[in-house]
Design a protein around this ligand. Structure first.
Ligand code: HEC
Length: 138
């Protein structure tokens, strides 16, 4: 009788531990935003997981003027890419960023929200669909 009680206790204990572990794992993945996932999938392989950039090949994005004062051009860059000489901080880049046709306006919105939040820029009003229309007509 006594040992039955012990096993029952053990079973109960392991269920509680299992549930606690499982919910903590779930909690973590739940916090990962869609924008962060998109950034990992579409930008991080060049610009770095934290947008830190890489040598003179890929500019850092954390303090990019496109996040601070020129957000409206960001969707065009994502869609059409960028080439030619640019200066970011003290470093000059002259590389080619390929455009990405797979990103929808909603994806871009999530991406911008993620970058603005992660790197502590003020959030701005985002009219991504309009901005995209404007950039294809120029
Ligand atoms: C294949 C590599 C690659 C990928 C993927 C990529 N970029 Fe770029 N990106 C570059 C390169 C190279 C440049 C510099 C282009 C130049 O020298 O004109 C650049 C430049 C930029 C700039 C301009 C930086 C500045 O401050 O002037 C922004 C903004 C940018 N990328 C955002 C993004 C975002 C957002 C994504 C994901 C949706 C992304 N890039 C995906 C390679 C990449």
């Amino acid at each position: 009788m006594k040992s039955n009680f012990f096993y029952l206790f053990l079973l109960f204990f392991s269920i509680v531990t299992f549930l606690a572990f499982f919910s903590s794992v779930q909690g973590k993945s739940g916090q990962v935003t869609e924008g962060q996932e998109l950034f990992k999938a579409h930008c991080a392989k060049c610009h770095g997981q934290e947008g830190e950039g890489f040598l003179r090949l890929y500019p850092p994005l954390q303090n990019s003027r496109f996040l601070k004062t020129d957000v409206a051009r960001l969707p065009c860059i994502m869609r059409n890419g960028l080439k030619g000489e640019i200066k970011v901080g003290d470093v000059t880049f002259n590389q080619i960023m390929p455009g990405n046709e797979r990103l929808t306006a909603e994806h871009m919105k999530q991406l911008i929200i993620f970058m603005q939040t992660a790197w502590k820029h003020p959030r701005t009003q985002l009219s991504v669909q309009d901005w995209l229309t404007n950039c294809s007509s120029t």
